[in-house]
Design a protein. Structure first.
Length: 240
């Protein structure tokens, strides 16, 4: 079975971004949006999601480059490298991450929205400790899916070898132990803020079985490449 989903990250980060995501969903070909809890526009995003019953909403777990839910600021700043080392070697930083993951999950549940999937800001869910804490936080009856797909690239990319090595080291063995469904591939790492409808159309016929995710970051309704890509893919489709 082949399933393709187009997902927008950073829902709740800004009002302009929220409006772009909903516009792309209603008039384009966007299936879902990953919601960031505790951000400046989170309540606005939740309100919009309730008006769009066909929009699949998931949790966009964030542990850097954001406003935390349990502390004033991240002790490691906005660096994924510093965050990774801190959680890997400092017990108090691991404890902070665990509290934050639980708080964000509870905040999502309090919205009353159904969580259709889970992923993480800057892909930090691939960190072994974050993965462990997330698995412990999600309920046994969680029926959604988790972003755990193998990174795929539209063209040659200077970071391609590094991403693929990270997948083999961290993702491939762990994905078999998730109790819930996990994605098979993830597209868009090499096209952040610059997705192309033509490139997507070219790869769709050869995806094969599995759940294939295409990642987008719409930031405004006009003049944004990801938004324009989704509108082009939708060809005027109307959604609720």
């Amino acid at each position: 079975m082949n399933e393709v989903v187009f997902i927008a990250d950073d829902f709740g980060r800004s009002i302009e971004g929220n409006e772009a995501i909903v516009h792309a969903h209603r008039h384009g070909h966007l299936h879902g949006a990953a919601l960031m809890m505790g951000q400046a526009a989170t309540e606005h995003a939740v309100s919009l999601a309730r008006q769009c019953p066909a929009l699949q909403v998931g949790l966009h777990l964030h542990l850097l480059d954001s406003r935390p839910c349990t502390v004033a600021a991240w002790p490691w700043g906005d660096s994924p490298v510093r965050a990774g080392f801190a959680m890997g070697f400092l017990p108090r930083m691991r404890a902070l991450a665990r509290r934050e993951i639980r708080a964000q999950w509870q905040a999502f549940r309090s919205t009353g929205l159904t969580c259709r999937f889970v992923n993480a800001h800057h892909h930090l869910h691939v960190h072994p400790y974050v993965r462990q804490a997330l698995r412990e936080t999600l309920p046994d009856d969680f029926s959604g899916w988790v972003r755990w797909g193998r990174p795929r690239f539209f063209s040659s990319h200077r970071g391609r070898a590094g991403y693929e090595a990270l997948y083999l080291l961290l993702q491939a063995p762990a994905r078999r132990r998730w109790p819930c469904r996990v994605s098979t591939t993830l597209w868009g790492i090499d096209r952040t803020f610059a997705m192309s409808a033509e490139e997507i159309k070219q790869v769709l016929p050869d995806l094969g079985p599995g759940l294939h995710e295409f990642m987008f970051h719409p930031r405004s309704r006009r003049g944004d490449r990801d938004t324009e890509c989704l509108l082009s893919l939708g060809a005027g489709a109307q959604r609720g």
